[in-house]
Design a protein around this ligand. Structure first.
Ligand code: NAD
Length: 275
């Protein structure tokens, strides 16, 4: 199965479908990521704060998959924002992952109360120049935070990883990013199981029309809407299911019915408040 790729503004390609490891128990991460790699995922999304980079690294090492076939993202945690602390943080992450470089390094949250995200963004540019990441981006940035980066630095984030699912589509923020070459990455793409997306009529109807699961319909919608997406599951069966979405063809009416599920339902924290 070939996963489509998207070329980021850095010139590097990212597989549009990946596997996320938020809340994956560090003791189980090696097994779970090994399963994901066996299923066929080549893009793994982790973060320093997930405390499971070592397990991701062990699964990568054991897999024998050539490094250039993998796309690995990790993130700078809030407490590590700042110039020296960001440089120390990427070195710790690389050591835990057992890698010389990551493919994408993100500022995890803006934390405007600390006002260090512009400085941290500049540190990420140096980290990229040092060859420790191929691309740099941000996560949970609002239009106001992005505007500051664009006004005060020369570097444009390759991605903005934000909460994104049919009930919370952040259309204005996604469009602002697209206008500036910042690609949307969807976290919580299935609503983290906290929002009853799978019971929505539009999802259930499309699932029964195509003989697939509600999760597959929602993932397919993300892909059709151009989002980079990395659903998480501890179960190999669901990983497999979430990967088998490339033969599903949703109709325009079905896609628009999912668009109409927009309900301004945020399930995670607000970017101005998470510290
Ligand atoms: P998600 O929307 O992927 O939901 C995960 C939940 O959906 C789990 O409870 C899982 O059991 C369930 N699920 C998965 N596949 C299913 C299927 N086929 N059928 C039924 N249920 C299924 O939520 P997430 O894990 O929070 O988001 C995905 C990834 O995004 C994370 O793993 C992480 O890498 C990233 N993330 C980033 C941030 C950020 O601040 N940048 C925040 C949260 C998550």
């Amino acid at each position: 199965m070939t996963v489509p790729t998207i070329t980021l503004n850095s010139g590097h390609d990212i597989p549009q479908l990946g596997f996320g490891v938020f809340l994956v128990d560090p003791d189980e991460t090696e097994r779970i990521v090994s399963d994901a790699l066996e299923v066929g995922y080549r893009h793994i999304d982790t973060a320093a704060i997930y405390k499971n980079e070592e397990g991701v690294g062990r699964a990568i090492a054991k897999s024998g998959i050539p490094r250039e076939e993998l796309f690995i993202t990790t993130k700078l945690w809030n407490a590590d924002q700042g110039t020296e602390s960001a440089h120390a943080a990427i070195d710790r992450s690389l050591e835990k992952l057992g890698l010389d470089y990551v493919d994408l390094y993100l500022i995890h949250w803006p934390v405007p109360s600390k006002d260090r995200y512009v400085e941290s963004w500049q540190a990420l540019q140096q980290i990229q120049a040092d060859g420790k990441t191929r691309s740099t981006g941000v996560s949970n940035f609002t239009v106001a935070h992005l505007q500051r980066l664009l006004a005060e630095t020369d570097a444009v984030p390759a991605v903005n990883q934000i909460e994104l699912h049919p009930a919370f589509q952040q259309r204005e923020l996604v469009q602002f990013g697209r206008d500036h070459g910042i690609h949307p990455e969807a976290w919580g793409p299935l609503g983290q199981g906290k929002y009853p997306l799978f019971e929505a009529q539009a999802v259930a109807n499309a699932a029964s029309a195509h003989g697939v699961s509600p999760a597959q319909v929602v993932i397919r919608w993300h892909l059709d809407r151009g989002h980079i997406v990395f659903p998480k599951s501890n179960s190999r069966e669901r990983m497999q299911q979430n990967f088998e979405v490339f033969d599903i063809e949703l109709t325009q009416d079905e896609l628009e019915a999912l668009d109409a599920l927009e309900a301004d339902k945020r399930v995670g924290g607000h970017p101005d408040e998470v510290e």
